[in-house]
Design a protein around this ligand. Structure first.
Ligand code: ATP
Length: 146
């Protein structure tokens, strides 16, 4: 299915901004980024990443799209607490949560990122994380164009 990922992100960003009363900004190089993806599943990936960015930060959230040779890239950047180095490699594991006591207040299950990774990889894409304790976290999803 050919999906306009920019439009999908716009809807997702708008829904979160309104529902959680948060400042989420979408920066897109192109206003139409077509990808051959499962719309519902990729929407779920965007939902999980933006939801996490809102849960684990207080400030604005930035979403960037870009396309390079062969790939479409979506980055969700927050300016929140970041993830300790010792935990980073485990956050994509099922049920893994950093600092159980603190994150329990957020009522998550620790499943979101494992689902996101599964979906991205089933599209032959990759998901990576770049984080700095106290400064924020960016998740990048790269999906093949064809
Ligand atoms: P849910 O399944 O409801 O999303 P969750 O947020 O705990 O619950 P994951 O999305 O899998 O589960 O995230 C795993 C853990 O990674 C989180 O508990 C949190 O500690 C950490 N994490 C995820 N995203 C961020 C982020 N943007 N900033 C800081 N920590 C994060």
């Amino acid at each position: 299915e050919s999906v306009n990922l920019t439009a999908l992100l716009q809807d997702c960003v708008r829904a979160f901004s309104v529902t959680y009363d948060r400042d989420i900004q979408l920066f897109s190089t192109e206003n139409k980024l077509e990808g051959r993806v499962d719309r519902e599943k990729i929407n779920q990936v965007f939902y999980i990443l933006i939801d996490n960015a809102c849960k684990y930060s207080q400030d604005e959230v930035h979403v960037y799209t870009d396309s390079s040779e062969g790939y479409i890239q979506v980055k969700v950047q927050d300016f929140g607490e970041g993830i300790p180095e010792a935990d980073v490699e485990r956050i994509f594991d099922r049920f893994y949560r950093v600092d159980k006591a603190r994150s329990r207040d957020n009522g998550g299950t620790g499943l979101g990122l494992s689902i996101a990774k599964h979906i991205v990889e089933s599209h032959n894409g990759i998901i990576t994380v770049d984080t700095e304790l106290g400064n924020g976290t960016a998740f990048t999803v790269k999906l093949p164009k064809s």
